[in-house]
Design a protein around this ligand. Structure first.
Ligand code: ATR
Length: 282
């Protein structure tokens, strides 16, 4: 993991970036596969993002991940972005091309779908409505991924109604916006409930939600991974709903970047989960 003079280099750019689990995650894969590479945290203030990104090829970086608050801003800075990143309006992965240009990609939706499909039969999303709580950046990548997977109606509910309405207009497709105060009304017949809000995260208020109207067969997926067992997941387990925690999405979204930079498709395993969980509590 320390790397030689020939090491391939990538990193995560955020502000702050100290909380990121990505160095722990990519470092594990580099060790595991004996790759001569480094993956480092890079604390870059918003006003320095353009300069920092333009320096990546000059410093010999193979690419980088982006985290809060840079994902949207990076879209306007990269030289080109793939269709998915353009539709989502955000970049979480940059791959430096042979000519030194920066290609922006977005793998968050891929991570979500891979994580969910490892735990459940994804065809359920094509059958009945899916409920998405929240209308921030994470919701956007998840809704686009669900639509690409063939989801039918998506019921979107968010504290700020206008933000959900704007998202419906921008993304298009079959999205019903439900008032946040009536959110439990969205649960009838749903096959999947996804929390993309920051509620339930360490340091944030808990997600206050009544699951009574949610079918017991519906999968409950919380993308919050700190803590891993949120109030929402606890309530869902109590009533017998199948659940998916947020760590899988984090692990899976990292795979395409690692493969592009370091030349090896990495696996998501129980040992990796345990390693990253240990890293998150240290
Ligand atoms: P991300 O990019 O991770 O999705 P974000 O864009 O900051 O983060 O979005 C955070 C989401 O959590 C939003 O849906 C936000 O609702 P608003 O659009 O109304 O801000 C939601 N959220 C955050 N705090 C909340 C709270 N106290 N109650 C309800 N929703 C909350």
């Amino acid at each position: 993991m320390s790397g030689t003079g020939n090491a391939k280099i990538a990193g995560i750019i955020g502000w702050p970036v100290g909380h990121s689990l990505s160095p722990c995650l990519h470092g594990y894969w580099l060790d595991q596969y004996g790759i001569d590479g480094c993956y480092i945290p890079l604390a870059v203030a918003p006003e320095n993002l353009a300069v920092a990104l333009s320096a990546l090829p000059k410093l010999g970086f193979a690419g980088a991940n982006l985290t809060v608050p840079h994902k949207e801003a990076a879209l306007a800075i990269v030289d080109h972005s793939d269709d998915l990143a353009t539709r989502i309006g955000a970049v979480n992965t940059i791959v430096v091309q042979e000519d030194g240009s920066l290609e922006g990609r977005n793998t968050d939706g891929y991570g979500f779908i891979e994580s969910l499909s490892a735990a459940a039969d994804l065809n359920i999303v094509k059958q009945n409505p899916v409920v998405v709580l929240g209308a921030g950046g994470a919701a956007r990548s998840i809704i686009v991924a669900l639509q690409d997977y063939g989801a039918g109606t998506i019921r979107l509910t968010n504290r700020t109604l206008e933000r959900a309405e704007r998202m419906r207009e921008e993304i298009g497709g079959d999205i019903d916006v439900v008032d946040w105060n009536q959110r439990a009304d969205a649960f009838n017949d749903a096959t999947l409930l996804v929390n993309t809000t920051t509620l339930g995260m360490s340091g944030q208020p808990a997600l206050d939600i009544e699951l009574d109207t949610l079918p017991k067969t519906a999968i409950v997926n919380d993308i919050v991974y700190s803590p891993l067992e949120t109030n929402l997941l606890r309530e869902a387990v109590k009533r017998g709903n199948p659940t998916v925690d947020g760590l899988g999405m984090l692990l899976h979204q990292a795979r395409p970047g690692f493969a592009a930079w370091f030349g090896r498709e990495p696996d998501v395993t129980d040992a990796l989960r345990a390693h990253v969980l240990a890293g998150s509590s240290s």
